[in-house]
Structures are given as structure tokens and as C-alpha cells.
Design a protein around this ligand. Structure first.
Ligand SMILES: [Zn+2]
Length: 461
């Protein structure tokens, strides 16, 4: 039987009472967690050691549920660090769009695969990838293949924009919906259920009202998650006010796209009425603090949202605006950003931040029943983090060490659906060095092509 035992570690279950077992164990059969509890040094649990085909002594390690990265754009690994000083609109125009248009189908596979590996290696077992570049019909499949090949759980929000600022990235409503239906037919539930499809209207300024209204009906008819960039910058509020006399969330609500399957990505510039709308409609907010800081977009009202009972999950955002996919790093940024923003050091204790990354993430993707915590009956998705490092140890509280000390390089083991996909901090499914070398060669080629057209790609300073 494909059974696995992780024992002798500090288990942060993230169950309803944030129970910790130290030393504890997690016993899994196939893709399901069967037992979680205190490890017994008197030998009374040794039968689990004997019957497990994989055993892992987690001494010195913390075991957590797999992190759920609520928002990214994997293709952007190819454009991370082109420039570090552009606000959103300029960054899109001068970096993201030109590189996206230059990329070929296999580039989307390589870029996404690097992103998947980095997500896994920094503790994410599930990511929501908002993919909106459809220059070739096979782009979505390239991203999905990367998810399958890496071993991660991947949810692809099929992005779409009929009013994109870059006309070559525009699609008609018919193209967007037909392609989403094809993805649902061909990919939803693939790789033993690891792959899911959602609808991802790009944002409220690059999408017409008519398209947004049809997207609401499309998502409702097919019971899909709707994943949308909302109120990322203050400029975006002005756009919907000028076009419709509505703030961002008011528009989302009016077109019928605000419900308990809606993921409001960013939600930085929201007023009191909009927060109340999110709460009343039971939508989730995906908070991406690193991206909001990097692009100087603003500070979302996260402590107030949590206080109001809004489900706030976390995301890295794309590697173009982060610039990495380190899911443990996001935890520290989340806590620190809101403490300094409100000049209140008591905000966002570590367990609350960890809940955002796990339990709240599972709720946002409609998987509270089988993901987000280490409890019997849930999917065997877990991560071990090595605490025996000079930048972490000695440890008083594992939750604090995880949020404030650990980073992605400290992840040792990652299990997704009962399968080991990272061991000793290395992908077990992918030859990383080979992929990195191929990707660098492609990026060097694309960079030399773009440098003549866009000076920013010639800059090496
Ligand atoms: Zn984004």
C-alpha cells in the first residue's frame, strides 16, 4: 500500500484550534491523511513505521499544510527583474506586453515550469494561475502541461480581455468563452484531479461591461470560480467612475460577478461600502503584498477585512512584480506591511498569517472540505520546513519562525496528493538545471530581439 509516515516533527495542523503536536506525526494512505497526532516515543506507534512504504523522520522540522498561492502569472518568470522601478501601467506597456508578444508556445511551458518548481520549493502545493496571454492557441495548454509535469495542484483562471491596452492581446467574448469551454472539456480534473479551470476576466478596465455580464452568467452556469484583478491602483477607480459612475466593487456587483465563488485579486483601493459588499456576498480577497509594494500600488485594508470576517487569502502575484514566487517570504511581508502601515505591532500574529496562506486559501478555491489543514480525511498535501538553520534556530514558537525567519530555501519535503514532489529541497519530478539552462538561453534570445525596440531591455544597470 502506498502509505507514508512523517514523524517526530512539529506538526502545525491549522485545524479549527490551531492544534500543534510536538513531536507529532502524519500518516497517509494513497492521497489521503489517515491520522495526525502526538508521536509516541514508547514504541506504541511503531506499527505505522513498519507498514509505511515511505518514512520521514521530521526531527528539527516543522510540518505544515501545503500553502495555497492564490494568485500568480507563471509566464512572467521570463520577465522578472527587467526593471524594478515602474508603476503598473508603465510596467505593463514597456515590459510585460512586449515580452509576452515575443514569447513562443514552448516559452510559456518553460516559464511556467520554472514558476511551478519555485512555488513547490517554497511550500505551495496549489496555485491559481491567472493566464491571459493568448497569442498562440496552445498557450494555456503549455502552462497546464507545466503544472502536470511538476506535480503541483494547478488552477488555471483562463484570463480574457476584450479591451486590453495592447490591441494584440485583445480577444472577442466568443473566443474567450469558446476557449474556456475547450479547457473545461480537455483539462478540468486532469492529472487525478490536480488540474482545475476557472474563469479570469483580466480586470475591470480592460474588459467591457457586456463581456463582464456574460462572464458572470458563464461562471454561474458552469459553477466556476471567477478570478479578477480589482482596485489594484487608485487610477483604476477613476476609470470605472468615469465610464460607469461606479467604484470597482460596485461595478463587479452590478454585472453579477460578485459572489461566494469570486476571488477579488488585490482589492487595494476599496471604500467602506465596497468592503461591506465583499462581506455580504461572501467573496474572497487575494492579497499580494509583495506585488503591491513592488509596484507601489498601495496597501489593502487587510486587518479591517479580517475583522469584518472577510476571507483573505494570500498570493505571490506574477514573477514580473514580486519578483520571485517565495510563498514563505510572502508571510513576512504580509505581517510587516500591515504593522508599519497602521503603526500597530499587535496586528497579524503569525498564526493568523499562516491561516491566510492555508485555511483561507482553501476556502477561496472552494476546497475547505479537503485542503488547507492537516486533519484525517483531507488530501495528503504537506510541507516540511527545516528549522535547524543558523537564520532560524533556536526556535521558541514554530509559527513565528515560519513567518519571520524561514524562506523557500528551507523547505525540505513537499507532498502533493500523497506523492513526494520535492525531497531534500529538490524537485523529484523535474531536472531543474536542464530547464533553467534552456529558459536562460531563450530569455537571452528574446532579450536581444527586444533590446533594439525597447531600451529597457538593453539596460544592464
Ligand atoms: Zn496579477
Amino acid at each position: 500500500m502506498a502509505s507514508k509516515l512523517i514523524y517526530n516533527g512539529t506538526i502545525l495542523t491549522m485545524n479549527a484550534t490551531n492544534q500543534i503536536f510536538k513531536p507529532g506525526y502524519v500518516y497517509m494512505e494513497h492521497d489521503i491523511i489517515m491520522e495526525v497526532g502526538e508521536w509516541q516515543v514508547d514504541g506504541s506507534l511503531d506499527h505505522l513505521l513498519e507498514k509505511s512504504s515511505f518514512t520521514y523522520n521530521a526531527a528539527g522540522k516543522v510540518v505544515i499544510p501545503g500553502i495555497i498561492n492564490g494568485h500568480t502569472h507563471l509566464f512572467q518568470t521570463f520577465m522578472r527583474g527587467v526593471s524594478d522601478h515602474s508603476p503598473l501601467a508603465q510596467w505593463l506597456k514597456e515590459i510585460i506586453w512586449p515580452m509576452s508578444l515575443a514569447m513562443e508556445p514552448e516559452d510559456f511551458y518553460l516559464a511556467a515550469l520554472i514558476g511551478c518548481i519555485e512555488n513547490l520549493k517554497s511550500g505551495a502545493t496549489y496555485m491559481m494561475d491567472h493566464h491571459y496571454i493568448h497569442t498562440y492557441p496552445e498557450n494555456d495548454a503549455s502552462v497546464l502541461r507545466a503544472m502536470v509535469d511538476s506535480g503541483i495542484r494547478g488552477h488555471l483562471a483562463r484570463g480574457g480581455s476584450d479591451l486590453a491596452g495592447e490591441v494584440r492581446l485583445r480577444e472577442t467574448e466568443e473566443q474567450i468563452f469558446a476557449s474556456t469551454d475547450r479547457l473545461l472539456d480537455e483539462w478540468d480534473g486532469a492529472a487525478s484531479g490536480r488540474i482545475r479551470i476557472a474563469l479570469g476576466p483580466l480586470n475591470l478596465y480592460g474588459c467591457s461591461r457586456g463581456y463582464l455580464e456574460k462572464a458572470a452568467v458563464f461562471s454561474r452556469d458552469r459553477n466556476l470560480i471567477s478570478h479578477v484583478h480589482v482596485a489594484e491602483t487608485s487610477e483604476q477607480i477613476d476609470t470605472t467612475m468615469a465610464r460607469y459612475g461606479l467604484r470597482n466593487l460596485e461595478l463587479l456587483n452590478e454585472v453579477g460577478l460578485l459572489g461566494n465563488q469570486t476571488q477579488v485579486v488585490h482589492g487595494v483601493w476599496l471604500d467602506d461600502g465596497e468592503l461591506a459588499l465583499i462581506r455580504d456576498r461572501q467573496a474572497s480577497v487575494i492579497h499580494c503584498p509583495v506585488s503591491n509594494m513592488y509596484l507601489a500600488s498601495g496597501v489593502a485594508r487587510v486587518p479591517e477585512m479580517l475583522e469584518m470576517g472577510i476571507n483573505v487569502a494570500l498570493g505571490t502575484d506574477g514573477p514580473g512584480s514580486n519578483n520571485c514566487q517565495d510563498n514563505l517570504e510572502v508571510l513576512k511581508f504580509t505581517a510587516c506591511l500591515h504593522k508599519v502601515n497602521e503603526l500597530d505591532a499587535t496586528l497579524l500574529p503569525p498564526m493568523d498569517v499562516l491561516r491566510m496562506a492555508t485555511v483561507n486559501g482553501a476556502k477561496a478555491v472552494g476546497r475547505s472540505d479537503d485542503l488547507g489543514s492537516l486533519e484525517p480525511g483531507k488530501k495528503a498535501d504537506l510541507v516540511t520546513v527545516d528549522m535547524m538553520k543558523a537564520h532560524i534556530s533556536p526556535v521558541h514558537r514554530a509559527s513565528s519562525a515560519l513567518v519571520y525567519n524561514a524562506n523557500g530555501n528551507d523547505v525540505d519535503l513537499v507532498v502533493v496528493g500523497g506523492q513526494v514532489v520535492v525531497e531534500h529541497g529538490k524537485s523529484t519530478w523535474i531536472d531543474e538545471q536542464e530547464i533553467l539552462q534552456r529558459a536562460q538561453a531563450r530569455v537571452d534570445h528574446l532579450r536581444s530581439k527586444l533590446a533594439g525596440l525597447y531600451p529597457i531591455f538593453a539596460n544592464t544597470q
